[in-house]
Design a protein around this ligand. Structure first.
Ligand code: 2AM
Length: 203
C-alpha cells in the first residue's frame, strides 16, 4: 500500500478532496475576502494559499482510508468543467459567522460531487449529514455588518481534483496536496483514468 504523503503511516492525517484555483481566480477570491475583512470587527481570514473548494471532507484517515479515498477519486471520470463563483454569503455561528464565496450549482460540479460522495460512501466513509453547498471559506469567527450579495460571476475551468491534508499551523491550518486526479480530455468518455502521483503545491 502506498503510504507516501499520508501521515507517515502511523498517526494518520485529516484529509479532504478539493478543487484549488489558479492565480487569477484566487486573486478575485482574495479581493472578496479583503472586502469582508475591512467591513468586519473581528474574524480569522484565510490566507490566499488556503482558498479552495471542498468536494468531500474525509476526517482523520490512516493509510488504509487514504488509499480508499484515492481509489474513489480514481474510479470516477469527469471532463474539465467551468466553476463559477457568483455570490458571497455566511453560515451563522454563535461564536462568529463563517463567510464564504458561493459556487454556482452547475450540473458538472454537482454531478462530480454526487458521484464522488457515492463512491466514498461505498468505500465506508460516512455520508455528509447536510446538503452540499459548494463554497470557498473566506473567514471564520467573523463579526460583521456586511450583507450577503451576488457578485459578477467569475471562475475558471477545473482540470483536476486534489486529495489534500490539513495540518495545524501557526494561526490556523496549512493545506498540502497528497494526490491529484486529472480530468479526462473532453470527448474521450470514460477511460482508464490518468493519475498523476506527483505532489504539487496548492497555489
Ligand atoms: P469549511 O471551510 O466550510 O469549514 C478542510 O477542513 C476543509 O474541509 C474545509 O474546506 C472545510 O469546510 C471542510 N469541512 C467539511 N466538513 C468539515 C468538518 N466536519 N470539519 C472540518 N472541516 C470540514
Amino acid at each position: 500500500m502506498d503510504r507516501a504523503g499520508v501521515g507517515g503511516g502511523e498517526g494518520g492525517a485529516r484529509l479532504f478532496i478539493a478543487v484549488c484555483f489558479g492565480a487569477e481566480t484566487t486573486g478575485r477570491l482574495a479581493a472578496l475576502r479583503d472586502e469582508i475583512r475591512s467591513a468586519s470587527r473581528r474574524g480569522r481570514f484565510a490566507p490566499d494559499g488556503n482558498l479552495h473548494l471542498t468536494l468531500a471532507f474525509l476526517g482523520e484517515c490512516g493509510a488504509v482510508e487514504a488509499a480508499l479515498a484515492a481509489d474513489a477519486m480514481r474510479s470516477i471520470a469527469f471532463e474539465p468543467f467551468y466553476a463559477a463563483i457568483d455570490r458571497i454569503g455566511r453560515f451563522r455561528r454563535a461564536d462568529g459567522d463563517l463567510w464564504w464565496a458561493g459556487l454556482r450549482e452547475d450540473a458538472p460540479l454537482m454531478s462530480l460531487h454526487r458521484r464522488l460522495s457515492e463512491r466514498l460512501r461505498d468505500a465506508g466513509f460516512g455520508a455528509e449529514g447536510r446538503r452540499y453547498s459548494p463554497h470557498v471559506t473566506l473567514g471564520r469567527g467573523v463579526r460583521s455588518d456586511m450583507a450577503p450579495r451576488a457578485v459578477e460571476p467569475f471562475g475558471e475551468a477545473v482540470r483536476s481534483i486534489l486529495l489534500m491534508r490539513s495540518d495545524p499551523a501557526e494561526g490556523g491550518r496549512s493545506y498540502s496536496v497528497v494526490r491529484e486526479r486529472l480530468a479526462e480530455p473532453p470527448g474521450t468518455g470514460p477511460s482508464l483514468p490518468s493519475y498523476d502521483l506527483t505532489p504539487i503545491k496548492c497555489n
